[in-house]
Design a binder for this molecule. Structure first.
Ligand SMILES: *[C@@H]1O[C@H](CO)[C@@H](O)[C@H](O)[C@H]1NC(C)=O
Ligand SMILES: *[C@@H]1O[C@H](CO)[C@@H](O)[C@H](O)[C@H]1NC(C)=O
Ligand SMILES: *[C@@H]1O[C@H](CO)[C@@H](O)[C@H](O)[C@H]1NC(C)=O
Length: 349
């Protein structure tokens, strides 16, 4: 019986082992009409992904099977030619925040009825928006400029109003604009993190005092990230960056004065990661553009450290148990012979 024990363990191991469930979750977007997409967010109310169109002022919901459904298309006389530049979700106020380009404006929609709550034109951006973030504490919205080093802070209630403008043009080493943005709630001083698209420089800006600091690399190498178009926050100290052909996991000390790259996934040949979002701050998903269309793909940062390690430890444990049992069997042949003798004697009449 004891010789069967390792086979039982091995059976359990293969039952739990590296089954197809360890492949990343991927949704291939299918639509009867050709789509061009720019942005991605997770809707925690509808439990679905939302994508923004770069062809028109339209937001789609994506089902788990990849079917798209138009949720809103905000066409009005003064935004012909408008498209979606960036989207985000205010999960506290149940709002969808959309930054439109040409002409640039930002609008808030109810996440259940998709009714427009408020819109505010942003001629100050001087270009299309690069990214949009929300302060979950008070609902203020931050929009970056894709051509200049400026970030606008706006309030989307009533008629909407511009609260402040952060000018970081003196800090950036290139005259190109900003991409993704995230807001971090911090008891002492809330701040935003923004990435410069072309250079990958990341800046921390106090959202109350406007103080700007560049996030430097922990290992003193001169470059943290080579470029970046979008960012999504996991928690206060880690975020995923979409950097064209790579997805990078950044981790920081308590203040984001320094950070390091703790994960690096290269997307398939000819693919581009154009947007990224997290599901309630946990799993990250990237919007990937390929020559065959778009897909939303889980970014598996934790696969190896947790799942695989547990499997290897279990497998190692099984092997050791097996060896122990084998050793016992072969070092005590007399016991077995004695038992065999017993059985034979029972067979006697
Ligand atoms: C659209 O144009 C009208 C009239 O020119 C103006 O009152 C309104 O504020 C504009 N809306 C936006 C979102 O720019
Ligand atoms: C913005 O729209 C106008 C017409 O509405 C068009 O002529 C112009 O090329 C557009 N600009 C961009 C950057 O798409
Ligand atoms: C990520 O990996 C790619 C391919 O291995 C490499 O070219 C790139 O430099 C890496 N990026 C970072 C920031 O480590």
């Amino acid at each position: 019986m004891s010789i069967m024990l390792p086979f039982f363990f091995l059976f359990i191991f293969f039952l739990l082992g590296p089954t197809p469930s360890s492949a990343p979750h991927s949704i291939t977007i299918s639509s009867s009409t050709p789509l061009r997409l720019s942005s991605l967010a997770w809707d925690p109310i509808g439990k679905q992904f939302l994508v923004g169109s770069s062809d028109g002022p339209t937001i789609y919901a994506v089902s788990d099977s990849g079917m798209v459904q138009c949720l809103l298309s905000d066409i009005s006389p003064n935004n012909t030619g408008a498209s979606v530049a960036a989207i985000n979700v205010d999960h506290v106020r149940h709002r969808l925040i959309v930054a439109f380009s040409n002409s640039s404006y930002v609008a808030a929609y109810d996440l259940i009825s998709y009714r427009k709550i408020c819109a505010l034109p942003l001629p100050q951006l001087d270009s299309a928006p690069g990214g949009v973030a929300v302060d979950m504490e008070n609902g203020d919205v931050f929009v970056t400029s894709s051509r200049r080093g400026i970030v606008l802070k706006v309030r989307l209630d009533g008629d909407g109003s511009l609260i402040s403008e952060y000018d970081i043009e003196d800090e950036i080493s290139d005259d190109q604009g900003l991409g993704g943005i995230v807001h971090v709630i911090n008891d002492q001083s809330p701040y935003i993190l923004v990435i410069q698209t072309a250079t990958g420089e990341i800046f921390k800006i106090g959202s109350n005092d406007g103080i700007v600091n560049e996030v430097s690399s922990s290992d003193n190498s001169n470059m943290l990230v080579p470029s970046g178009n979008a960012m999504a926050l996991h928690n206060d100290l880690s975020l995923t960056v979409a950097a064209n052909r790579n997805l990078l996991l950044l981790k920081s000390d308590v203040t984001w004065s320094r950070a390091s790259v703790n994960g690096n996934i290269t997307v398939k040949h000819r693919d581009q990661s154009i947007a990224v979002a997290t599901q309630e701050g946990k799993k990250a998903y990237a919007l990937i553009e390929s020559p065959y269309g778009y897909r939303i793909e889980e970014v598996q940062w934790w696969k190896f450290p947790v799942f695989r390690c547990v499997m290897y430890i279990l497998f190692g444990g099984c092997l050791v148990a097996w060896l122990v049992v084998l050793r016992k069997v072969y070092t005590n042949p007399k016991d077995d012979a004695a038992h065999a003798g017993d059985e034979r004697s029972l067979d006697l009449p």
